[in-house]
Design a protein around this ligand. Sequence first.
Ligand code: IFM
Length: 734
Amino acid sequence: MTIKNYHLTLRDVASHDAEYLETVFSLANGHFGVRANDPIMGNPITGTLINGFYETSPITYGEAGIGYAQHHQTILNLPDLRHLTILTEHGHRFTKSRRTTANLDLTSGLLTEKYTLETMQGESIYLGVQSVIGQGQQNFWAVSYTITPENYQGILVVSKSIAVPAEAEELKSADPRKSRIAGLPECESDFITQDLQRYHVKTRRTQESVTMYLGSLTPNCSLLRQPVDLSDGRPHVLEYEVYVGDVGEQNTIDPAATFLVNSWVGLQKDSRDFWDDVWDRSEVTVSGNDELNLAIYYNVFQLNQAAGRDGRTNIAAKGLSGSGYEGHYFWDTEMYMLPYFIYTNQPMARQLLFYRFQTLPQARMRARALGVDNGALFAWRTINGEEASPYFPAGTAQYHIDADIAYAVGRYYEITRDLDFIIQCGFEMVLETARFWENFGSWNQVDTTSRFEFHTVTGPDEYTALVNNNYYTNRLAKHNFNLVVSLAHEILADDPNGLEPFGLSEADLDVFSNLADHVYLPYSRELRINEQDDSFLNKPRWPLSKSTPENFPLLLHYHPLTIYRYQVSKQADTLLADYLFPEDLSLDQLKREYRYYEGVTTHDSSLSRSIFSILAARMDDPEKAYRYFMDTARMDLVNLQKNTADGLHLANLGGSWLALVAGFSGFYVQDEVVHFNNHLPQEISELTYRMKIAESVLEISLTATTTNVTVISGPIPTYGVSVNGEMISLVKVS
Ligand code: IFM
C-alpha cells in the first residue's frame, strides 16, 4: 500500500470563520497544541494549550451539597506563538490580514499558509507562514515567515515575542460546552540575548510552572525591531523556534545549544519520521471517494496529535485544538479514542491507561465522598483526577465511567497479553471499580428473583438523568464484575499467590461472579427490546418531528427538567452497549432496538452517529451506515455541530475510525478470535487499513466481493482469525 500525499486545504479559506480555521489547522503533539491563529490579528483569548496545564478556582454553588465537586480545573490559554508585528519604516502597522491559502500536509505535519497584509494607509505585502511541531522533539515548535512585497517595497520593521496575555473577560455564554476562562497566571519575560526570549508562566493556585523560550533561527536576526529591506523585490525569510517546557520542569536546559540542534529542517524531519511511523501502522485508504479518504486521514492525524504520551496526561475532549470543555478528560478516551490506539499502537494505549491508574488515589477519595468505604470512583471530567463537574446529574451520576475504564483495561489485555501491566496497574483499577459497584448497587427481590440493581444513575444519554437501572450502566457493571474474575484467574495462573498483594481471596471472586450473574438488565417484553432504564419507555416522546432545526441542540434551548421528562436521547445509550457486546442479542432484536432508539435520538452529542453507523453496518444496512459515517467522518471539516471553533470533537474522530473498522469491516475480538465481516457500502469501492495486534501488523482489504487479511510485519499471529464467519489461516506478505 502506498501512502498517499494527503493535504488538507479548504476552498475559499478566507470565507471561513477565523476561530474555525484556528481549530481545524491546529498543530499538536500530545504535549502542547498551537491553534492556527492569524499571525497578525491573533486571538486575544486562546493560542497555545499545554496538555494538563491548568488553573483551579473554587466552584461557587448557589446551593451546595455534601460531596459536590469543589474546584474547577481550567486549561490555561497561553500566548499565541504565531504572532508577529510588522511596521513600515514610517511606523505604519500592518493591521489587516486575509488568509488566502492554508494547506496541512498530513504526511509530514507541515502547515503552509499565505496571507495578504495591509496597513491602514493601503500599503500591502504578502506573508507566507510555514510551521511545524516537534513530534519526537515534543518541546519544540518552529515557524518560517516569508515576506514578499506587493505594493510596498520599502523597509519593514519586524518584531516577534511571546506576549504576556491580557486578562480575558469571563465568557458570558449559556453554552456549557465552552470553556471557562482561567485567571491570569503570573508571567515573567526577559530577553537573554537579542535573539532569545525567556517566558515563565506560573499558575497562582496550583503553583505549577512552565518555561518557554523563543529564539531566532535566522543568523543575526534580532527578535525585536529587525529591519527587513524589501527594495530588492525578493522574498525574505525569517525563522524562529519555540521551546515549550514540561509542566514543573526545572530550568536546566541550555536553550541556545538546543536550538542549534533542532534547526527548522531538523524539526521538519522529526515530524515526518513520526508521521511515517503512524501511517505505517495505521494507514486507512477509502477508495472511490477522495474527500472521504482525506477526512478519515485527517481524523487519524488529529487523534495522534491530541493524545498525551507521558502517562501523566490524557486526551481532552477537544484535544489540544481548543479549550472547549476546559481541557477535561472524559470517558470519551476509553470508549471512543483508546480503541484506535489499542489496535494500532499499544505502548500509547498503555500510557493512556496509566494516566487513569495514577489518579486512583483521587478516585478512592471520590468514592468515600459518596459514602462508599471500599472501592474507587473515577472522576467524570477532570485533569488532575479530582471531580470537576459542578453539575452532578450529568456528571458524577454518570458513574458508568468506572466500568468504561475497566472495559478498556480488558480490551487492552485481550490484545496484548501484557500481564505485567495488569499486575502493576490494570488489575487494581478493575478491582477497585468492581468494589465500587458492589457497594453502590443494591439487592432487590422481585417475586422469586434476586436482582442486583443500580439506582439513581445517569447513562451516556445526557437527556435522561437520575433514573434507575440504566441498561448501559448495568451491562457494563456486569462486565466489570466478570472481568475482575477473569483477570484474577490470569494472575493466579501465573503465580498461585498473585492475588495476595490485592487482599483478595478466591471466595471474594465468587462474590463478584455471583453479582455479575444477578445484575439486572431491563427488558421490555412488550416491545422485545432492552429498555434504556426502568422509566424511559413510559415517558411521553419528545415531539421530534415537530421540532424545527433551530430547536437543536435541545440543551441550548430547554431547561434540563423539561428535557428529562421526555423520552428523548442525546446520543447512543442502550445501542452503545449492543455495539460493545454483540453476543448479547440476536440480529432481529438489534434491528428492533435500532429502529426504536433511532426514533428518539437527536444526535445532539458528537458521540452518537459513529455508533449508529457501526450498528447499521452490522445489521447489513450499509447505506444507512454510510450516511451516518459521512457525518461522522467530516464532522469538524463541515462544522456539523457548529462549535468546531471551540475545538475538535475528539471522541467523534475516534468514532469515525471505529465506524470503518468495527462497522464496514465488522472487526471485533471475542474468545481470542479476531473477526472481520464485510459490510462495505457500495459508495466505497475498496477499504484498506492497517492495525497492529500483538506483535503483528495486519492489512485488511475489502471490496464488494473480497475480504483479505494479510500479515505485513511481525510474526504470524497465534490467535484465530475469522473472515465472514469462517476461520482462515493468515499468510505473511513480503
Ligand atoms: O463525554 C461527553 C458526553 O458523553 C456528551 N457530552 C460531551 C462530553 C465530552 O465530549
